[in-house]
Design a protein around this ligand. Sequence first.
Ligand SMILES: Nc1nc2c(ncn2[C@@H]2O[C@H](COP(=O)(O)OP(=O)(O)OP(=O)(O)O)[C@@H](O)[C@H]2O)c(=O)[nH]1
Ligand SMILES: [Mg+2]
Length: 291
Amino acid sequence: MKVLNLKPTKGVSRENFIFRGIMELSIWDLGGQETYMERYFSESQRELVFSEVSTAVFMVDSSVEDSKTKDTFDNFVKYIFEFSPEINKVYVLLNKIDLQNSKEDKIYEELIEGINDDLKLKLEFTPVSVKEGSAQHRLIEVLDYQIQQNTLALQRLGKVRHLLDQLKLNTLSEYLLFNQPDGLLIASTLGKFESKPLQFLKFEMSTLDSNIYQIFTKIKELLNEQVSPLELTTVIYESDNNYILVKEVSNGSVLMAVTKNKQEDSFNMVLNTLTGKDFENLKKFLTTYEI
Ligand SMILES: Nc1nc2c(ncn2[C@@H]2O[C@H](COP(=O)(O)OP(=O)(O)OP(=O)(O)O)[C@@H](O)[C@H]2O)c(=O)[nH]1
Ligand SMILES: [Mg+2]
């Protein structure tokens, strides 16, 4: 939805982000308009733009043929490997393949032309569509690969898994931890688990429900007790054989528990766990990342 109204990126747009809740990213999106491109490749800027890069992605619109694209690509590849020599792959995304007139094969041939065999091995081309979601999917794959190379991220992941196992230990339920900003799974007691990125509409709208607050206020007044603000932090779903509890852990993450069965015991154990010490430990770790 957001893609539809994007404005052209002015120069370099920087954004910091914690991917899957464990790997810090500093993303530099280089606007593709000609004047900006001249600047990135200029002698005074190229080092700043192309150094200290750990993942390089070149995205090209494969629905238009532009005689300058090849030059841009050659420069991009040249300076990336020159200023970030530790990089071993450049990911090339041939975008907009959803369009009738997309010519990804032709663009591929054009970009690969004249590239020597050693360098070819370092280029990975993927036809994608931002509109259909395959571009996002590919970026997630690329970043997951990056997690595997990142010691700190792996350490954090190990710790989160351990903390989730602690939750499972006493409750015989499965736990899944999601990262709200990207909707992706951080870790789960079921190991690797693929799902489409979640859309956290419910929690985004979680400002207090005025009806409930109004009734709650009345009750408290009747009881002559203090009223305090309400917050939607836990949601409970029910199926024939399970309860599913979803609870916010820290501002960036959400824990989902699926009970083993529908016995009262299972439910109570999970509820106790979600208000107990192990949950606090998880929350503390996700807030501070202190291992
Ligand atoms: N059909 C289709 N349109 C797309 C796709 N991806 C992006 N667009 C559209 O193409 C236009 C340009 O998208 P941007 O993401 O702004 O392009 P950009 O490469 O970032 O452009 P710069 O910021 O100038 O570098 C927008 O109107 C998008 O909606 C796609 O996969 N399919
Ligand atoms: Mg842009």
